[in-house]
Design a binder for this molecule. Structure first.
Ligand code: PLP
Length: 351
């Protein structure tokens, strides 16, 4: 029996050719391809500035550092998110303050964010989780600078506005299994030239007049060459994901499974079902049938920090089931996944 992986990058001859051309040029570190990817990405988003980085995590850290976030400051982040956010905030020297989520979208609950704001709050990191853009209008109305984390929402929109164009700055990740990839890599975009200049300064250590701490968080031209091809394919990738999400929606509508928000701007980085029970045994049962599923968030932030009082994040963590969704999924795989999920005890039709 074939095993259907939970996630998989979509790569082909064009990526291979682009990488091979860079290798043959012998200019493999940060150079022309990185610059070309920054230009292509900023024109895709219609923002004025972009900086490639080594990862989404280093992008987050660099934005915080360039914004002057540090010791004595607080940064509000969702509790239901990967640990990269907690690390970036702590590396910057600030305190992470988790806020609970809206169970319908899995994104920050603006009301809980409001309760978490203090005199020390310097930024909110708004994550557009699973491909659904957060309620930016409600978050922006709180009056705190917002960093958009678009690691899972490249090309996503909300009310026609592109994710990554609404906050002070936005970060992206091009890790292997994200919607578009460079193997490892990240990006910062902003309309603030000063902010992105500062990020580019911190990103590299060589040839500087002063010796204050800087990093090596650069992307390479080998990786950027893959990214340039993937960016051209992005629209097609998203269209494919939406088609698969449509099959899933039609198959699971009317069952007891909680479905993702049905929003035209959703890009379905993940297809996450809300169960009425713990997802652990369900994940094991599906694996026996050769279908790899996962808890989409490994461990919520409040749990890492030993905090209580995050009921929605806790329930989302316990009961969320992420099923395979990516452009190379075949029709036969989709049918197998649908049949297996529909046969779960919690998936009976509503009476
Ligand atoms: C993947 C991801 C990151 C981290 O990106 P890396 O490139 O893996 O460092 C940050 N935030 C979110 C929401 C992510 O999904």
């Amino acid at each position: 029996m074939d095993v259907i992986p939970h996630s998989r990058p979509t790569l082909g001859g064009k990526e291979a050719k682009a990488v091979s051309a860079v290798i043959r040029s012998a200019r493999i570190a940060q150079g022309e391809k990185v610059k070309a990817l920054e230009e292509a990405f900023s024109s895709f988003l219609r923002v004025s500035q972009a900086a490639c980085t080594s990862s989404g995590t280093s992008a987050l850290y660099l934005v915080l550092a360039a914004m002057g976030v540090g010791p004595g400051h607080e940064v509000i982040i969702p509790s239901y998110v990967c640990a990269a956010l907690l690390h970036a905030v702590r590396l910057a020297g600030a305190a992470a303050v988790p806020a609970d989520i809206d169970p319908n979208t899995y994104n920050l609950d603006p009301e809980d964010v409001r309760r978490k704001i203090s005199k020390k709050t310097r930024a909110i990191i708004a994550v557009h989780l699973f491909g659904m853009t957060a309620d930016m209008d409600a978050l922006l109305s709180l009056g705190i600078p917002i960093i958009e984390d678009c690691a899972q929402a490249v090309g996503g929109t909300r009310d026609g506005r592109l994710a990554g164009t609404m906050g002070r700055a936005a970060v992206f990740s091009f890790y292997a299994t994200k919607v578009m990839t460079t193997a490892e890599g990240g990006m910062v975009v902003s309309d603030s030239r000063a902010l992105v200049e500062k990020i580019k300064d911190l990103r590299e250590y060589d040839k500087k007049k002063d010796c204050t701490p800087r990093f090596n968080y650069k992307m390479t031209d080998v990786h950027a060459a893959i990214g340039l091809v993937q960016l051209r394919r992005l629209e097609g990738f998203i269209a494919k994901r939406r088609i698969i999400a449509g099959f899933y929606r039609r198959a699971f509508d009317g069952t007891r499974l909680g479905l993702p928000p049905n929003d035209p701007g959703h890009i379905y980085f993940r297809y996450v079902l809300g169960l009425n029970r713990d997802a652990g045994p369900v994940i094991r049962a599906l694996r026996e049938k050769g279908i790899e599923c996962a808890r989409p968030i490994y461990r919520p932030i409040h749990d890492c920090m030993g905090l209580k009082g995050y009921p929605e994040s806790q329930t989302a963590w316990r009961r969320s089931l992420s099923i395979p969704i990516y452009p190379t999924l075949r029709r036969a795989d989709i049918d197998r996944i649908i049949a297996a999920v529909r046969s779960l005890p919690g998936a009976r039709r509503k009476d």
